[in-house]
Design a protein around this ligand. Structure first.
Ligand code: ZN
Length: 349
């Protein structure tokens, strides 16, 4: 039961940055608004981490045959583990900050003015300030370097793990609500919009998205590309908030929300009509960001491999995780859950 609650909660509301207690409270009392289980229990959703997983999988098929030989074999691993960074969000120090950047903290046009590179940013603002306001564009660069190194070492475990992680951060950087302090519409009376935009909408409509995003291409300006993703995501933020507000003012609440059966559990969620109209108003914005994420992930994986000297991955093609590897992964994931429940309020204010 707890396990199922956690699985549901991650995607539904876990957009707070330092709110493990709020999160736990919501789980315990079963109040996850606006996606609320009517009978007080929460079931495992079919779509929990759906978008991240779908994006990572899509990215695999942008790769050239020399990489596909390895990545395709481990497509399930890279897909399933696309969501690890969210799962360990409160369990691993420094993790939460890697998923977002609150641009408002740095004034006007911050996405164009902030230092491209981490060291410069640290010199200018200090690590504490940066960690407080999120570090996603720099995290992408850091994980790009780590993955390049893993390719150099021809270390299949690290390649898999870091590819899955890097895919997650890149996808996050492409989400408009990951670039703002108003990440869940909480400052504008639009609570719930985060999961609405990046879970509910893809769940309903991504089957119609164009899955061909082209072949991965080499990215010579990694830092710049990471920032471009943030700039483009942030440029879309105004529409994300404005259209939801406009549509909400036109539709009564009983048409905005609906009760849906999810694996035998009745939950309150955004109605299909509201979702369809909002999705249409956004004019393929979700699809654009979805596809841009997959393409960028493919480009970055490919670039890491090229920068590592294009190692022959054929010998790694036969690699498979041992039972010990798999058991260790399970134990690690359980420890993330455990730490979530024993989280202390350090950093809360
Ligand atoms: Zn994330």
């Amino acid at each position: 039961m707890i396990q199922n609650q956690i699985k549901f909660g991650w995607k539904a509301i876990l957009w707070g940055k330092k709110r493990p207690f709020v999160f736990l409270f919501l789980l315990i009392v079963g109040v996850i608004s606006p996606i609320t289980p009517v009978n007080g229990t929460i079931g495992k959703p079919k779509w929990g981490f759906w978008a991240h997983q779908r994006i990572n999988r899509l990215a695999i098929f942008t790769l050239p045959p020399e990489m596909l030989i390895f990545f395709k074999k481990h497509a399930d691993y890279i897909t399933e583990n696309a969501v690890n960074p969210d799962k360990r969000r409160y369990a691993v120090a420094g993790e939460a900050a890697r998923h977002y950047i609150d641009l408002e903290a740095y004034g006007d046009s911050a996405a164009y003015k902030l230092p491209l590179y981490w060291q410069e940013a640290v010199q200018k603002y200090g690590e504490d300030t940066l960690a407080l306001n999120g570090v996603v564009p720099w995290a992408i660069q850091q994980y790009k370097s780590r993955l390049t190194e893993a390719f150099r070492q021809r270390d299949p475990r690290r390649i898999l793990r870091l590819s899955a992680d890097l895919g997650h951060y890149i996808a996050d950087a492409n989400v408009p609500l990951h670039t703002t302090h108003n990440y869940n519409g909480q400052l504008t009376g639009q609570e719930g919009i985060h999961a609405f935009w990046e879970s509910r909408l893809p769940e309903l409509f991504a089957d119609n998205y164009d899955g061909f995003v082209g072949a991965a291409t080499y990215e010579s300006k990694v830092a710049k590309r990471a920032w471009q993703a943030v700039q483009q995501a942030n440029a879309a933020l105004d529409s994300v908030l404005r259209f939801e507000r406009e549509l909400s003012s036109r539709l009564p609440a009983n048409q905005k929300y609906a009760l849906e059966d999810r694996n035998g559990i009745v939950i309150k969620t955004y109605s299909r009509e509201f979702s369809a109209r909002y999705h249409q108003m956004l004019s393929q914005q979700v699809e654009r960001q979805f596809r841009a994420s997959a393409k960028m992930i493919g480009d970055f994986w490919f670039t890491c491999w090229v920068d590592a000297g294009q190692p022959d991955l054929t010998p790694l093609g036969n690699f498979s995780l041992t039972e010990t590897d798999q058991q260790e992964a399970i134990t690690e994931k359980q420890s993330w859950l455990k730490k979530l429940f024993t989280a202390r309020s350090e950093g809360e204010n």
